[in-house]
Design a protein around this ligand. Structure first.
Ligand code: ZN
Length: 84
């Protein structure tokens, strides 16, 4: 899995430039659906945004899952198929 170097949050058509601290995904019946990465500042905003998108049906329903970026990167490096 290739992780972005910047927070995925966008406001007023501008991308947040902060380094991400957590990976956001949605746990659905069909598996994990990755949304993006988020910095500490935008954690609550993205949670609200995901709920709105789920209500609209733009993204799958399920539990919002936050995972530490460094943890994801570390587990990734243990796998041979990883592209990082
Ligand atoms: Zn951010």
């Amino acid at each position: 899995m290739l992780l972005p170097k910047q927070c995925s949050f966008k406001a007023n058509f501008q991308h947040c430039k902060l380094p991400p601290s957590e990976v956001i995904s949605i746990l659905t019946e069909n598996g994990e659906y990755m949304i993006g990465v988020i910095c500490d500042t935008h954690k609550n905003e993205i949670r609200q945004r995901i709920k709105t998108l789920q209500t609209r049906g733009s993204i799958p329903q399920g539990k919002i899952n936050f995972q530490d970026v460094t943890m994801v990167a570390t587990s990734c490096m243990k796998r041979d198929s990883c592209s990082m």
